[in-house]
Design a protein around this ligand. Structure first.
Ligand code: 13P
Ligand code: ZN
Length: 305
């Protein structure tokens, strides 16, 4: 009688190979695997791990490239939802698409369930309304800070020739602590932050802008913030947190991280110094100027000397 020798190991290996390729095919069709979506969800999680996003605190938006839009279009709803007025107008980004966190959604939940916690919105041709085209399932809405995000995008895109794409809002503890003990001016915050770590002046050579305490979530704070974003990539919202702008997720997260680390160092150094700002040792203004000179960076001269 004829017998057949089965090599089970190599059969199993071959089967696993076929399954793996099929799995990869399925995964590559998930919107979560598009690079701009996975970069966005990773940043949400990074902020959560820093402790910056208690409950629904903080929000993130990303202005999509034309390629991003084409890669995501197969996932768009068959029928877009209603247009919603933003209460602000920004004509230069009319027609753009943004990935945004949802209002009332928790950053810690974004990675596990993107479709319920984030969404893609399209801006209308006048630049004064959005409509949801993907995600934000079960009646969710874009972040309540969308007017601030949108206006900050308009201003930073214009000032960087379109390079800026990310706006990030986080409830960073160091900056909130500083709001209690430092005069709420751009100069007072910037100088103290620059003096905390040698590389601060390199990371944010323009300094930071300060919005005094305001009611969040509306057009007034959006206008005040975007006015400052004409000059700065980082805006302090007194007793609330910060807004950071950048061309990509790494740069924007790194900026927020650097600013808040400096703020925490300031508060800790001041407490360790008995509450006084009369430091035994510090980086002098000439040191800030020399650092920028050697790194070939233009310091904001209004804040030195
Ligand atoms: P949202 O949940 O609407 O994004 O609001 C959180 C927040 O930080 C408001 O400033
Ligand atoms: Zn907030």
């Amino acid at each position: 009688m004829a017998t057949v020798d089965f090599d089970f190991d190599s059969m199993r290996e071959a089967a696993m190979g076929v399954l793996g390729t099929a799995q990869q095919g399925i995964n590559s069709f998930a919107i979560e695997n598009l690079p701009f979506v996975s970069g966005f969800t990773r940043m949400c999680n990074d902020g959560w791990l820093q402790g910056w996003h208690e409950r629904n605190g903080g929000n993130l938006t990303y202005r999509m490239t034309d390629e991003d839009v084409e890669s995501a279009r197969p996932f768009f709803d068959p029928k877009p939802r209603e247009w919603v007025k933003m209460g602000v107008t920004g004509e230069n980004l009319a027609g753009s698409f943004f990935l945004t966190t949802g209002s009332g959604k928790y950053m810690r939940n974004v990675e596990g369930d993107p479709a319920h916690n984030i969404g893609i919105v399209e801006i209308n041709k006048k630049g004064d309304a959005y409509r949801i085209v993907w995600g934000l399932l079960d009646g969710a809405k874009p972040t309540s800070e969308f007017p601030s995000h949108y206006m900050n995008h308009c201003v930073t895109a214009a000032r960087t020739d379109g390079a800026n794409r990310v706006i990030y809002h986080a409830h960073t503890p160091g900056i909130i602590e500083m709001s209690f003990i430092v005069p709420l001016t751009d100069r007072d915050f910037t100088r103290r932050l620059w003096q905390m770590m040698t590389e601060c002046v390199v990371v944010f050579p323009a300094g930071v802008g300060v919005v005094p305490w305001m009611v969040p979530g509306g057009a007034a704070i959006a206008e005040a913030s975007s006015e400052l974003m004409k000059t700065y990539d980082t805006i302090v919202w007194a007793h609330h947190g910060l807004f950071a702008a950048g061309p990509d997720f790494d740069t924007t997260f790194g900026l927020a991280h650097t600013v808040d680390k400096a703020a925490q160092l300031y508060v800790a150094a001041r407490a360790a110094n008995g509450g006084s700002e009369d430091w035994l040792n510090k980086i002098e203004d000439q040191g800030l100027i020399d650092t920028c000179h050697d790194f070939n960076i233009k310091i904001n001269e209004a804040f030195v000397g």
